[in-house]
Design a protein around this ligand. Structure first.
Ligand code: CTP
Length: 204
């Protein structure tokens, strides 16, 4: 079985998850998803108050080597036990997710195209684009509802790390993508990528 890896990058709140989930749902038997976020480093020895202040938008906060190792295993047809990240705790949880190899692996994350080795493993590189105001609005709603954050904390984090790191590490990777999609909700872009995946599956 030949395995194709499709990378889906883009700024926080751009709609990467929406786009990724739509693709997964379109090919339920042939797609597995690996989230770069699940590879945020384990920080068991760092107190919670310190973990809150870490720069989670810098490449060093992620254990990208482990993700590369797992993608290589999936590519060879081996299953992996992927870590699971807990945003409320700012730490890796004790759980893992068992991922069986599939013909198509979707890899998602803000910094997915920032690492040269990881980037070189992608058969298709997609960058999901959205205006900064829409991204921060989506992030506020999501972080309050799903990640146990309050407004002051979200604003402070956005201004001190999320925004500067976006322009330093995330946005420059837009130029390295094969396809730039205007929002994760774009139906035309979704249909085009879906057709390409179908073609790859038919050729396989
Ligand atoms: N992050 C955080 N706290 C942590 C770890 C990560 O706030 N303990 C944040 C980082 O600041 C980073 C964001 O998580 O900016 C990455 O997730 P994001 O891209 O926002 O979410 P996705 O659902 O992957 O993507 P999208 O919003 O595009 O659907």
């Amino acid at each position: 079985m030949s395995v194709m890896i499709i990378g889906i990058a883009g700024g926080t709140g751009s709609g990467k998850s929406t786009f990724t989930n739509r693709l997964r749902d379109a090919f339920p038997n042939d797609v597995a998803v690996v989230y770069h976020d699940n590879y945020y480093r384990r920080q068991d020895d760092v107190p919670f108050e310190e973990r809150k202040k870490v720069n989670y938008d810098h490449p060093a906060s992620l254990e990208t080597d482990l993700m590369i190792k797992h993608l290589k295993m999936l590519k060879k047809g081996q299953a992996v036990d992927c870590p699971v990240y807990d945003y409320s705790a700012h730490n890796r949880s004790q759980e893992t997710i068992h991922i069986e190899p599939k013909k198509i692996i979707l890899a998602e994350g803000i910094l997915l195209l920032a690492d040269p080795l990881l980037r070189s493993m992608m058969d298709i590189k997609i960058y999901v684009e959205a205006d900064a105001d829409e991204r921060i609005l989506r992030r506020i709603v999501r972080d309050v509802k799903e990640r146990g954050r309050d407004l002051d904390n979200i604003v402070d984090q956005y201004l001190t790390t999320v925004k500067p790191m976006h322009y330093l590490y995330v946005e420059p990777t837009r130029a390295l993508a094969d396809v730039v999609i205007n929002s994760g909700m774009n139906n035309v872009a979704f249909d085009i990528v879906k057709s390409k995946i179908q073609l790859m599956l038919d050729e396989n």
